[in-house]
Ligand binder design. Structure first.
Ligand SMILES: CC(C)(COP(=O)(O)OP(=O)(O)OC[C@H]1O[C@@H](n2cnc3c(N)ncnc32)[C@H](O)[C@@H]1OP(=O)(O)O)[C@@H](O)C(=O)NCCC(=O)NCCS
Length: 233
């Protein structure tokens, strides 16, 4: 398979788990997936399945409109940002499509003062780390994972977060270890996710690798001129 074919396959597999994790509807057509998000500020999100800059420019020009989002892998962020701006899209902070085989994913027990709760209903898994010791439990960290693909072989992690005052105590790693262990026990073999900059640091520490940089943009309607206007004209 060509590099673009491999990227397309990974993106399709990630998207399938992501829409499952969030209960979104989606349709694949040509080089794009259209996801019905249904939020006032994010009605539809189009995910491009290639980093071809021409495909990106065409899609941005065609898809601009209120509450439209456009997500695509990029091999040239500056060029993607310029094409997005010319069509009225604003690009967010970089994110990264990442993957990891699950067979040797690290897993750790919750540290003293915390306990781990696992829940969810197939094909969704939910891991929560809560405080112990007081009258009630307080949420400190949480994550979701959806099993998808043939034989539920893919495990797509989503909405992994640690409450700010509980960060850098290993709780994000506990959540990821619990989700991936549970997914593996249910037959999943590969992990996939799209990471924020902070998330990427956690996942790299756990052995995940970057498949592609992603550019996520929303339409703001403020199209930037492609060439700066000449003030003397
Ligand atoms: C990303 C996030 C979940 C990490 O949670 P956490 O509980 O702080 O992570 P851990 O304590 O388990 O980190 C384990 C290791 O990962 C690495 N790591 C995690 N966060 C890091 C950061 N912000 N900077 C550098 N390294 C980091 C470190 O190697 C860390 O070990 P160390 O603290 O001994 O150095 C948390 O920062 C967060 O919720 N961020 C906002 C939401 C978000 O971006 N979520 C990810 C979506 S993809």
């Amino acid at each position: 398979m060509s590099d673009d074919g491999v990227l397309r396959d990974v993106l399709l597999r990630w998207h399938a788990g992501w829409v499952t994790a969030r209960d979104y509807r989606s349709a694949v057509g040509g080089d794009a997936v259209t996801v019905r998000i249904g939020l006032p500020e994010r009605v539809t999100e189009t995910i491009l399945l290639s980093s071809d800059p021409v495909l990106y420019s065409d899609a941005a020009a065609r898809l601009g409109g209120p509450s439209q989002w456009l997500t695509a892998p990029t091999a040239d962020r500056a060029r993607t940002e310029a094409a997005a701006a010319a069509a009225g899209f604003t690009v967010h902070a970089p994110e990264w499509l990442m993957s990891r085989p699950l067979d040797d994913h690290p897993a750790a027990h919750a540290p003293d003062g915390y306990e781990l709760w696992l829940s969810g209903r197939h094909p969704i898994l939910v891991a929560e780390v809560v405080t112990t010791g007081g009258e009630s439990h307080t949420l400190a960290a949480k994550g979701h994972l959806a099993l998808s693909g043939d034989d539920a072989a893919d495990a797509v992690a989503d909405r992994i977060f640690t409450v700010p005052e509980h960060r850098r105590r290993g709780l994000g790693a506990v959540v990821m270890g619990a989700l991936t262990t549970s997914a593996r026990e249910r037959g999943a073999r590969s992990g996939l996710l799209v990471a924020s900059a902070e998330g990427r640091k956690l996942y790299e520490r756990l052995g995940w690798r970057v498949e592609a940089e992603m550019a996520v943009a929303h339409w703001s309607g403020h199209a930037a001129p492609e060439e700066p206007a000449d003030p003397l004209e």
